[in-house]
Design a protein around this ligand. Sequence first.
Ligand code: ACO
Length: 311
Amino acid sequence: TEINLEQHFQNKIDNEIRIEPKDWMPEAYRKTLIRQISQHAHSEIVGMLPEANWITRAPSLKRKKILLAKVQDEGGHGLYLYCAAETLGVTRDETLRDLHSGKAKYSSIFNYPTLTWADMGAVGWLVDGAAILNQVPLCRASYGPYARAMVRICKEESFHQRQGYELMMKLAQGSPEQKEMAQDAFNRWWWPTLMMFGPRDAESGNTEASMNWRIKRFSNDELRQRFVDMTVPQAEYLGLTIPDPELKFNEETGHYEFGEIDWEEFWNVVKGNGMCNKERIDVRRTAFDEGAWVRDAATAYHEKRKQKEQQ
Ligand code: ACO
């Protein structure tokens, strides 16, 4: 019966036994995984755009190679994640249709513009740093295909974070103008990065169920706090000022306390009204339309081969 199946499923979860595509699972579990994995895939694909913006203007061949590799990695991450979502019974066409129609969410962070070269440092250091904190626990997510996809993704994210920090270090130790550029990028990316972790726990409708199902292992606020604690000393090492007058270390708790996030700005971006939302979706839609001939050619080739095999 359904109750026994559900009990058996939860027992597996509680005993850290992975759920695989053909196993029985509650509809709500399947739905929330499709939701999270497809949002995550979209974030990777849309996340290519702010950095792709700087590939042609990278200041050296070395920097250009690093940036190219990183942006290509993100394309790969999106593909593994779309495949993981497909194992749950949605097609890639459906998932992409939802992205292109504006129905599907993707990370708020990628709706901010990359204005200077220093943004390539800030994005790698902060955005990929935040992504790692959020994604390392996902390597232990209860759903097998998602958890396995995350292993390689996290390794690559770690390279992305390091190249960003190294780029920031070069600027921070450079001329006064370079240091100013680094500080300006830091000022613009700090708060949006804190928003990446999602709404406060009290407003996070999905956390409780996702924690019971061991998709999420830590709450949004826990990971956000961990990020602040980790990043403040890194900023100090660079000699950059954290753009938060309320930031202070609490000796008793051993954690940094920080100012209030502008939640109105967060929800505004999530709802599609951020600085670059429209541009991002337009670019994705155009790329999809312009790639139609490749998909058509691949399908035609497949059909031809099938016919040949039948002869
Ligand atoms: N940007 C856009 N939407 C967000 C964000 C954000 N930064 N944070 C939360 N939301 C959305 C949620 O998707 C949810 O909407 P939905 O119910 O319509 O799906 C709503 O706000 C409420 O949030 P939560 O209930 O807290 O949602 P959830 O439990 O899924 O937690 C989180 C959000 C932490 C982002 C989770 O989905 C997650 O860990 N996802 C996988 C990692 C990921 O997607 N990272 C993307 C950025 S990193 C990168 O791509 C490089």
